[in-house]
Design a binder for this molecule. Sequence first.
Ligand code: FES
Ligand SMILES: [Fe+2]
Length: 480
Amino acid sequence: MAEMDLTDLRPGNALRIENPALIPAARYYDEEFYRLECERLWPKAWQMACRLEQIPNVGDWIEYSNVGKSVIVVRTKDGVKAHQNHCRHRGVPIAGGEGNAEGASAHGNCAKSGFICPFHGWRWNMEGECTFVYGRHLFDEELLQKDELALRPVRVETWGGCAFINHDAEAPSLRESLGPVLDRLEAHGMSKLRSEWWFATVLPANWKVAMEAFMEGYHVMKTHPQLQHAQPSLYNARYGNETGGLGSLLNPNLTVRQNVCEALDSMELLSEGMAGLVHGKEVEIARSLAEAELPKDPQTGMMAWYGLVCQAITEKLRERGEDVPDLVQVMQEHPVEAVEFLFPHYFLLTYFTSMSSYRVRPLGPETCLFEIWSLTHYPEGEEPEPLREPTMLPFDSRDFPMIPRQDYSNIPIQQKGLHSEGLDVLRLSREREGLISNYQRLIDAYIAGEPGARLAAANRMLGGNFDGPILDLGLECGSS
Ligand code: FES
Ligand SMILES: [Fe+2]
């Protein structure tokens, strides 16, 4: 009998997207779909594993685990390396080992003692070389070959003050996978940012539900009404119903001065609500320009005001010793969207020189670990002690800033609603919720095993796609 090709028996993706504007609801809870993501998406994608400030000294390491795969990221004398976190003897994790139990992020320094397996005490140095086997003579010599005992390396690349890992030796590089969005964020000073705070929470929702809550601004009017109240002209122009008379970018009935007040109120709310997104120190500088001399025409006046604010923030923060970019220049030459996504599970929000960054990891089909960092610049020598682990909070904690708390209030209830009888698909706006579809169809393409170069080309199209349209990603799968 001819040998059977087992790959033909791989189950297909029964929940594949056929119409890009319709997302099958079961993709957010189906166990089989979750298993396909674990097997075919996560092991092939670049994952933000840690911030480099978490491992400042030689020998500092951190465990990054996701969907059952644990990796040690370590700073060596020759740069950052990553190893699979298992003992070459009988598989026990040699560092941390709690897996991705809620919020666990083990860390330490291995410069003196190396990594020691807790079971029988074998040891490795930070380079991954085995340095000690207790009772060597008890083992066959061929089992103890140097290469056999070395920790299995994991691909790692550093960018933007972070280490990214990939389990796939064949995957295109980080840069090839994400493209120009990396340059744009770098121009905004990404790699010079430091953590001001880092919170984590467990959300009772599929990881994609949590990610997608940030892929459009269309939810602002109902979820964050205070933002719309502060700057109604902006939100009405972007999402409002033109025929209802709400459509101009700037309310012609408002003077430049009134528009400036709206913008300041909005910044203040974003700053209170999201810290790094607009930093308090930036709002303060903007406020000092509330009375600046401006052209009377609201449109030109506001453009001029934003220019003055960018210039003043750059100058004032540089005077304090912060290595911030020239905002006037980067905003013209390297504009970024309000939210920029690095597929699959990391995204950044920025306005001036500071940023909020988010990472979401699945803990199961209907639970995820959700982290937020507030990132900003500090004068050299005045950086805070690096944060090695997040502060864990319940998702409804009052300690979360108001805006994420408002987002969290929708995420768990949406997860419940997805199970409703008769809800087969979610309906997307082709114009404004396209990123959700584009993301989901890229996941399908990973599951279908499309070639790495094609996945990377599609991935590069997601930069700047926040609030954007459904795109033809050039994929075999779901590109109709
Ligand atoms: S399992 Fe690690 S030393 Fe035995
Ligand atoms: Fe939101």
